[in-house]
Every structure is written in C-alpha cells, then in structure tokens.
Design a protein around this ligand. Sequence first.
Ligand SMILES: Cc1cc2nc3c(=O)[nH]c(=O)nc-3n(C[C@H](O)[C@H](O)[C@H](O)COP(=O)(O)O)c2cc1C
Length: 149
Amino acid sequence: MCMATIQKGRSIRRFVKKPVEGEKIDSLIEAALRSPSSRGFNPWEFIVVSEPELLEKLSKAKPGGSEFLQNAPLGIVVCGNPEKSDTWVEDTSIAAIFFLLAAESIGLGGCWIQIRDRMHDYVITSEAYIRELLFPHDINVFNIFRRSV
Ligand SMILES: Cc1cc2nc3c(=O)[nH]c(=O)nc-3n(C[C@H](O)[C@H](O)[C@H](O)COP(=O)(O)O)c2cc1C
C-alpha cells in the first residue's frame, strides 16, 4: 500500500461486466483477513457474491445508494458479529477499508454501500432483507463492497 493508492482511490459506481479473477478475489480477502481488530477477535464474516441474479437482488437492499450493485461483477457482503466483540463496528469498518484500498492497489474499483441502520422499505431493514437472501445466522450485515475495472 502506498500514498499513490490512497491519493488515486475514489468511490467507483460504474463497472465493466467482466468477472473478477480468482487471484484478485483471494487478494481482497487476504487483505481483509489481515486487517487489525480489537484484541484480535476478528468479529467479521465476508460473503463473496458473483451471481448476477443475487447481485441484482442485493442492489435493492435500500431505495437509493445501492442500485449500481446490479451492474457489478462482484459484491462482498461484510458482516459483523456483536456477540464476538463490542468493537465490531470499528473492526468491520477497518476490514471494509482494507477491501477498498486493496482493490485500488490491484487495479479494481469499488464503493461502500451502507447497510447498517438503513431500511429496505418502511417495514423491513436493509439488514433483514439481505439476511433473508443470504441466511447468515447471528451475523449483522454491515456493508457491501463492489469492484470495477
Ligand atoms: C460509512 C460510509 C457509507 C457509505 N455509504 C454509501 C452508500 O450507501 N452508497 C454509495 O453510493 N456510497 C456510499 N459511500 C461512499 C461515499 O459516498 C464516498 O466515499 C464519498 O462521497 C467520497 O467520495 P470518494 O470516495 O469518491 O472520495 C459510503 C462511504 C462511507 C465511508
């Protein structure tokens, strides 16, 4: 990671429909797994999504600010577990930033999509909507990361 990566990094919301190479996905996951967490509790889980139908459904997690996910070849759902650590929000945010900076450093672009404390509609939270799609038990869906070329 160098200053140029940080200086160049922007939120990217337009994507080329081309699958992300497996090695690049591995690098992104490695970066997040190496992110620091309070007391090393690592209270997160990462769900890699590349199926277009699922990305399209995830893009509807909230009324605005997530629609561009339907055109992305990859999404990473970052989940945090409050039962594992009281600093799960901080730890998960750091992991998400590691995703974004690692992506930038290997020529990919992405954008944070806020899910925590957002609503899918007047009744259902964005988190409940995504949980229903992905069925992760006892995990809070935190945000979604995407990439571009
Ligand atoms: C906590 C957080 C939540 C964000 N949520 C969204 C979001 O839901 N949708 C979106 O398009 N961008 C989202 N962003 C991206 C910001 O809008 C973006 O970082 C900001 O406008 C600065 O632009 P830049 O990243 O291109 O420098 C989020 C960023 C952060 C840090």
